[in-house]
Design a protein around this ligand. Structure first.
Ligand SMILES: Nc1ccn([C@@H]2O[C@H](COP(=O)(O)OP(=O)(O)OP(=O)(O)O)[C@@H](O)[C@H]2O)c(=O)n1
Length: 437
């Protein structure tokens, strides 16, 4: 009897298609089951993502059974089977090594039984398999640990962490995201072997930290990182001292998306400036776009602080509005939007009023043009009207027009802009300072 309806937290299409794969494998005489994260997430009622499959069939046998396959990591035993455009990873029962940083295919050993495969997985909660009949294979009482809220290594923790040091960070990430505890022996092994984290590629560390910071309570994870010193010598280096000064609890106040908010808070907490942030994030293997946008948030924050921005005085002070307008013009609306959320949430964390959230929204909404293209007057018109040769003065003037329209002192209309051209141009040094970083 198949028990597909028991998958309550997975996409029914994925259940149906992955069940088809299991059935095909079994009909060909192999053993096959769902395993890992999908089984775990279903058990604790979290949304199930990838439905990974483990099988006794060798990669070439898997490949032969299905019309559409991709040899994703055939030497590691993984074949991606594509069913109605949805990819599923089908992995031959194997032991360790392919989780390692320096992948050495010759170390992968295919094993005959599911039991042997589960024995080399990281945590008990990740070493549960589930068959088409709805029955579990759970030799390490992963379900019991899920109920107890415990992250426990399968077997000897030191061995598991020696096989792949990233598992230590995975443990911290799971503890943080699920709100679980690390079982004492697992924690001890982590403390003993934390130095091995320095061999792990930044990209893998970054991916774990992203999941942690995207979770419901990242602060707990950061505290665990501080207490363990896990990343003290890692390629993404976060020392206990830096983490302790970072006021991690503030991260929980910020929404998980956009991700820039929490990353900016973390960087600011550990004393990284907006100017340093972009390169640092890139060196941590973040995309250029993300690094830029998180750094922009911090740059805006630094500027607004330097201008003396605080909710109490913001409504009265015109120069604070001008400082904000300049940030919008220099860094764009999205970055300014991120900063608004960031600043008001930080105020909230400090028990202050969040009234500036609305005020800055009003300021933002009143900006009619963010770039020269949106201005109702082109460079050519300006040159003609003033009868001057184009030069750097033109860019300066356009910038001042953008600022004046954003502040509401000139309407973004051709006539109004033309009328004010001479006046704006003649004010010496008007609104010239702090134009860009
Ligand atoms: N370093 C690792 C990585 C993975 N695994 C095993 O491979 C499975 C799938 O790993 P992965 O897809 O990376 O993570 P998930 O556990 O599925 O968790 P999540 O989807 O939350 O990342 C894990 O459940 C675990 O059994 C492991 O033992 N050691």
């Amino acid at each position: 009897m198949e028990h597909l309806t028991q998958w309550k937290h997975a996409d029914p299409e994925q259940v149906r298609l992955s069940a088809d794969i299991l059935r095909t494998l079994e009909e060909a005489g192999h053993t096959a089951c769902w395993v890992g994260g999908c089984v775990r997430d279903e058990l604790i009622g979290r949304p199930v993502n990838d439905m990974d499959i483990a099988t006794s069939a060798h990669p070439e046998e898997v490949d032969a059974l299905f019309p559409r396959t991709i040899p994703t990591g055939i030497e590691h035993g993984t074949v991606t089977v594509v069913m109605e455009k949805i990819p599923f990873e089908v992995t031959t029962f194997r032991t360790e090594s392919d989780y390692k940083d320096f992948r050495r295919p010759e170390e992968v050993t295919f094993v005959r039984s599911l039991q042997e495969d589960l024995r080399r997985r990281d945590f008990t909660m990740n070493a549960i398999a589930r068959g088409l009949d709805g029955k579990y294979v759970d030799p390490y009482d992963g379900r019991g640990d899920l109920e107890r809220g415990l992250i426990r290594c399968v077997g000897e923790a030191r061995e598991r962490f020696r096989e792949d040091a990233l598992r230590m960070l995975r443990g911290v990430r799971f503890a943080s995201v699920f709100g679980y505890e690390l079982e004492p022996k697992t924690w001890e092994a982590l403390l003993e072997l934390r130095g091995n984290m320095r061999h792990i590629a930044a990209e893998r560390i970054r991916a774990e930290l992203e999941k942690m910071l995207g979770g419901p309570k990242p602060a707990e994870g950061l505290l665990l990182l501080a207490r363990s010193g896990l990343l003290a010598e890692a390629k993404i280096r976060l020392t206990p001292q830096a983490l302790e000064s970072a006021r991690p609890e503030q991260l929980d106040v910020l929404p998980p998306k956009p991700a820039e908010l929490r990353w900016a808070a973390l960087l600011q907490g550990i004393g990284v400036s907006g100017d340093e942030a972009e390169n640092l994030l890139k060196s941590w293997t973040f995309s250029g776009g993300f690094a830029k946008s998180a750094a922009a948030l911090l740059r805006i924050d630094a500027r607004m602080n330097a201008a003396g921005f605080s909710t109490e005085v913001a409504a009265e002070e015109k120069n604070l509005r001008l400082a904000f307008v300049r940030c919008v013009l220099d860094f764009g609306r999205t970055a300014a939007e991120n900063w608004r959320v960031y600043h008001s949430m930080m105020d909230k964390a400090d028990g202050k009023s969040t009234a500036c959230f609305q005020l800055t929204a009003d300021w933002m909404a009143a900006i009619p043009a963010e770039s020269p293209r949106e201005l109702a007057l082109g460079g050519k018109d300006i040159v003609e009207r003033l009868d001057r040769k184009p030069g750097p003065w033109l860019g300066d003037l356009i910038r001042r027009l953008l600022e004046a329209t954003a502040m509401g002192s000139i309407a973004n209309e051709r006539e109004a802009l033309l009328e004010n051209l001479v006046r704006i141009e003649e004010v010496p040094g008007a609104q010239k300072e702090e134009k860009s970083e």
